[in-house]
Design a binder for this molecule. Structure first.
Ligand code: F6P
Length: 341
């Protein structure tokens, strides 16, 4: 069998671990050949690929990013890819394509699969927002980075009697904010799923100062919004990939709190630091398991599906189920977190 693999969308710690695992399982387990397309679907469309042998994936397990490069696909090019879906397998002699990516990539994978290209997807995203899988690799690493930031911000906040507003990634789902906020012991967490009122945050800070705890750390997801009418904060325009351009809730909220409280408030935007660098042990293991199972699925002819973690088992689920709706934070998870604020 000849397998094509690519990484698309935003990068994520653990991508290289999947590539390595696919290559090892395919070559040593089945005697397959693997080629890697460069820069996501762009490489598939432009014919940019290279052969991946054991030497090519040596030493990449702990490396962040992706050795293949990544990019987002504009809608027009996705259309082009679908129109030529069957030709792609002929042109490159591949029996299956394994695209590793998030919601956008899995949507493209589903469209290519429907158009006749044999596809086995592997989900990835630091946001952990893909339905049908309990976890995506990259999330554990991102939560670790954000938790360490909160730990560190607490000591400097306390020294200066400040409010720190830490903005973490999470466009529509606040999993990183929720879990890093809980792990770091943030004093409030703001998620995209539940609009917040700055008045409540002010009351929390005032209450802490009144009992001698003269600092506070608030963890806010980049996609969080204030409740209508509670604060001046506009919605951003939509970019060419259909994503909202955020206005910077961390900075806006810190400014608002400083103004309302008359106390110093500082924004800290963690941004791509959460996505860079070496994956945690958990993410390396999950990514490696996903790679192994993707190759096995390809050999079973289990196309149009993706690997998923259910409990402690890896299963295959239809791509269609994975992209119909995002996995957002349920209210009861937020209630649990709030009980220890
Ligand atoms: O989808 C993952 C993600 O990390 C989001 O949380 C974030 O908004 C987005 O990627 C940013 O990606 P980029 O800067 O690469 O467009």
């Amino acid at each position: 069998m000849r397998i094509g693999v690519l990484t698309a969308g935003g990068d994520c710690p653990g991508l290289n671990a999947v590539i390595r695992s696919v290559v090892h399982r395919a070559l040593t387990g089945h005697g397959d050949e693997v080629i890697g397309f460069e820069d996501g679907f762009a490489g598939l469309l432009d014919g940019r690929f290279r052969k991946l042998d054991l030497e090519a994936v040596s030493g990449i397990l702990a490396r962040g990013g992706t050795i293949l490069g990544s990019s987002r696909l504009e809608r027009a090019r996705l259309q082009e890819a679908c129109e030529n879906a069957k030709d792609h397998s002929k042109d490159y002699g591949i029996d299956v394509l394994i695209p590793i990516g998030g919601e956008g990539t899995l949507t493209a994978a589903r469209m290519l699969s429907d158009a006749g290209l044999p596809v086995v997807g592997v989900p990835k995203t630091i946001d952990n927002d893909i339905s049908s899988t309990d976890r995506t690799f990259g999330f554990d690493t991102a939560v670790g980075v954000a938790t360490e930031a909160i730990d560190r911000l607490k000591t400097t906040a306390e020294s200066h009697q400040r409010v720190m507003v830490v903005e973490v990634m999470g466009r529509h789902a606040g999993w990183i904010a929720l879990e890093s906020g809980m792990a770091g012991g943030a004093h409030a967490i703001c998620l995209p799923e539940r609009p917040f009122d700055p008045a409540d945050l002010c009351a929390m800070v005032e209450e802490r100062f009144a009992r001698g705890k003269k600092f506070a750390v608030i963890c806010v997801a980049e996609g969080a919004h204030p409740a209508p009418g509670s604060m001046d904060y506009g919605k951003g325009a939509i970019d060419q990939f259909g994503h909202e351009r955020f206005q910077g809730i961390g900075t806006a909220l810190a400014r608002e709190l400083e103004h309302r409280l008359g106390k110093e408030a500082r924004p800290v935007i963690l941004g791509h630091v959460q996505r860079g660098g070496t994956p945690t042990a958990y993410d390396r293991v999950l990514a490696t398991r996903f790679g192994w199972h993707a190759v096995e699925a390809a050999h079973r002819g289990d196309f149009g599906r993706m690997t998923a973690l259910r409990g402690t088992d890896i299963t295959m689920v239809p791509l269609a189920d994975a992209i119909t709706e995002l996995k957002t934070v349920p209210g009861w998870r937020m209630d649990e977190a709030e009980s220890v604020f």
